[in-house]
Design a protein around this ligand. Structure first.
Ligand code: ASP
Length: 330
């Protein structure tokens, strides 16, 4: 899109008319996939989820509208979701088998392929911002456990006490999962859901970014890490191809290297974003039993929100178009 920008030089008050090529921005977010059925949803719950998704979109879009960077927009959107107990990330992170919260997050910049990730961090209010700090303030890409905690202290990340992360419904989920001795996804089975959160965006400068944040899976063993913090599996961004953020049963998403696979299908096979997403989410993952979905956006601003589960909390917006919010399959 060609935009006219009028700039006034404060030194001699002359006015310049600049012609510059600016892209239309676009933003998509998810709040997890799983067995999300209309029949098991109350009107109040549905409204609360929609409001939470809308708030996160507003946080990200507010920056993109002003010409802000996609990296800042996705971080703002994800922080908003992390601060909401409805989602399995940050405040609402699920319980591990030991009754703790071990959170994972990752972020990637499509312009220069810089990336940052953390795994198994505890008491961090916004793991996505810690992942970004790893990218920007360390010489590493991926930090885990105690080392990541120490790094968090060094950069003055915000820590919260254990009770900040206590959500009764998540605690009940842990008791259920323990009874059956299995690891469950946040929005799954009776309440089968993968409440991980994520965002992808393209800004007016044509730069893509992606980020994902999660508490993982209820009743997971201490030290278990899923796809979310693994660059190429749960998150990927490349200006040449696309930005992807996944949600689903991490073990399968890891084995299918989901996010990078979609990028490769675009880069090496010349497929459209839609075709690449269909192959990976609806065929490859299904064949190995991998339930879940993802949000994807390409360098042209096309958006895809595919999932092979019953539902996925999701929202998207292209500049100049209406906000879309979806929960169920239809
Ligand atoms: N992918 C996440 C994990 O396996 C779970 C989720 O998406 O909710 O840790």
């Amino acid at each position: 899109m060609l935009r006219f920008i009028v700039l006034t030089n404060p030194l001699n008050t002359s006015t310049f008319l600049y012609l510059c090529y600016m892209r239309k921005f676009a933003l998509a977010i998810h709040g997890g996939a799983g067995t999300i059925l209309r029949s098991s949803m109350t009107a109040e719950k549905e409204m609360a989820y929609k409001k939470a998704l809308e708030d996160a979109m507003i946080a990200g879009e507010g920056l993109l509208v002003k010409g802000g960077r996609s990296m800042d927009a996705i971080e703002a959107a994800i922080r908003s979701l992390e601060n909401n107990p409805l989602f399995n990330a940050g405040k609402g992170a699920v319980f591990t088998n030991e009754g703790k919260h071990e959170m994972d997050a990752s972020i990637m910049n499509g312009k220069d392929l810089m990336a940052g990730a953390v795994a198994g961090v505890q008491n961090i209010k916004n793991p996505i911002s810690l992942a970004r700090a790893v990218m920007e303030k360390s010489e590493h890409v991926f930090m885990a456990g105690l080392g990541a905690q120490e790094f968090a202290k060094k950069i003055n990340a915000e820590f919260m006490p254990d009770d900040y992360f206590f959500v009764q419904q998540r605690y009940d989920q842990l008791q259920e999962a323990k009874k059956e001795d299995k690891m469950i996804l946040d929005h799954t089975d009776k309440e089968k859901k993968f409440g991980t959160v994520g965002a992808v965006a393209i800004d007016q400068h044509g730069n893509l970014a992606a980020g994902t944040s999660t508490g993982g899976m209820t009743n997971k063993k201490h030290g278990r890490v899923g796809d979310t913090p693994v660059i190429g599996s749960g998150t990927y961004a490349n200006n040449k191809t696309c930005a992807i953020s996944c949600t689903g049963h991490g073990e399968f998403f890891l084995r299918a290297v989901v996010a990078y696979d979609i990028s490769c299908l675009i880069e090496y096979k010349g497929l459209s974003l839609k075709k690449a997403c269909d192959i990976v989410v609806m065929d490859k993952l299904v064949k190995i039993g991998g339930e879940g979905g993802l949000i994807a956006l390409d360098a042209k601003g096309n958006i895809e929100l595919p999932f092979n589960s019953e539902g996925m909390y999701r929202a998207s917006k292209k500049e100049g178009e209406d906000l879309f919010i979806g929960i169920y399959k239809d």
